[in-house]
Design a protein around this ligand. Structure first.
Ligand SMILES: NC(=O)c1ccc[n+]([C@@H]2O[C@H](COP(=O)([O-])OP(=O)(O)OC[C@H]3O[C@@H](n4cnc5c(N)ncnc54)[C@H](OP(=O)(O)O)[C@@H]3O)[C@@H](O)[C@H]2O)c1
Length: 306
């Protein structure tokens, strides 16, 4: 059986999607494929000019596409709030939030202006905040989906709840990335519990692309050109996240990855190791809420009985 392909994506004419990190790599291609099926797409980059250029490139390929580029820096909480305001001013529905952007394999320790370690801040805290600020739109949209993009590297990750920001441990770039990718899966897990508790119909799903020849593979050590030769192309790497975003048969907490681990057609896979822990997911959520000083709106309190 050939498995799920991009030809299996349904039409998305009345749908709206936000793609974080849509200026390059898997995010750009995802935005293009969503727009190609008729979705209205808001894609992001840290630079408004890069976001607009990416939207312009999609429009050049697909005249008439409904696509717009907006600035979003996931390490800037105030900017995230402004971004959510701009999204809410443009649309009353949000069918797909594709949490795709990432900092990848930074060899030397980098800190955000707020002092957080760059991988966990970009990949986890930032998406925690974006999703939280966009939650009213997601909850108002029947069957909305939040797709969080992780990596098979999550298997090498660990969550040190006392030191998420690498202040006490000697820094290790690939470990910091792996930890943040495990955090992505735990976030997706607890998000679904919160959506369920709030009575929302929204689904939280996760996906990993396997190895894909994008710019982020430069730090892998074998160089960008060789990576492009050896790794599957971007149009293969986007399949798991696009399946999670659009397959009508997808269910809550589905996790899609390539059939043969790092390549192959996207299929439903199991979250392994600590990624399957509800208790760790809850604990990470609480620590993240403390660090980011952001609380998701809970289930509305019942009015007191007279
Ligand atoms: N490629 C692979 O083989 C592979 C393997 C496993 C998992 N993944 C995952 O797939 C996703 C996409 O990876 P990719 O290979 O497509 O990466 P990429 O080509 O490096 O693109 C990364 C995107 O993230 C954005 N970004 C980076 N830092 C940001 C920040 N602080 N705030 C907002 N946006 C930021 C970048 O936008 P600007 O630079 O324009 O701001 C860019 O659009 C990531 O979640 C990654 O972990 C990829």
């Amino acid at each position: 059986m050939p498995g799920w392909t991009l030809d299996d994506m349904p039409r998305l004419d009345d749908r709206t999607a936000v793609v974080t990190g849509g200026s390059a790599g898997l995010g750009y291609r995802s935005a293009l494929e969503l727009a190609c099926r008729g979705a209205r797409v808001l894609l992001t980059s840290r630079s408004e000019a890069r976001a607009r250029a990416a939207a312009g490139a999609i429009l050049a390929d697909l005249p008439g596409a409904r696509v717009e580029g907006l600035a979003l820096d996931l390490t800037d909480p105030a900017g995230i709030e402004r971004f959510a305001g701009r999204v809410s001013a443009r649309t009353r529905r949000l069918d797909v939030l594709l949490n795709n952007a990432a900092a990848v394999g930074l060899a030397a320790l980098q800190r955000t202006p707020l002092g957080h370690e760059m991988h966990i801040a970009t990949n986890h805290y930032g998406h925690f905040l974006v999703t939280g600020h966009l939650l009213p739109l997601l909850v108002a949209t029947p069957g909305a989906r939040v797709v969080t993009v992780t990596s098979a590297a999550y298997l090498a990750g660990a969550i040190d709840l006392d030191d998420l920001d690498w202040r006490k441990r000697p820094y290790n770039g690939s470990k910091a990335y792996s930890d943040s990718k495990l955090a992505n899966l735990l976030f997706a897990r607890e998000l679904q519990s919160r959506l369920d508790a709030a009575g929302a119909s929204a689904l939280s799903l996760a996906a990993h692309p396997g190895m894909t020849a994008t710019g982020s593979q430069r730090p892998v050590g074998i160089g960008g050109a060789l990576a492009r030769l050896l790794f599957p192309p971007v149009e293969a790497g986007v399949r798991p996240q696009l399946r999670a975003a659009t397959d009508p048969a997808a269910e809550k907490l589905d996790f899609y990855g390539p059939r043969f681990g790092l390549r192959g057609a996207p299929r439903r896979i199991r979250m392994r190791g600590n990624a399957g822990s509800d208790a760790l997911a809850r604990h990470l959520w609480d620590v993240t809420a403390e660090i980011t000083d952001f609380r998701y709106a809970g289930r509305p309190a019942r009015p007191p009985r007279r």
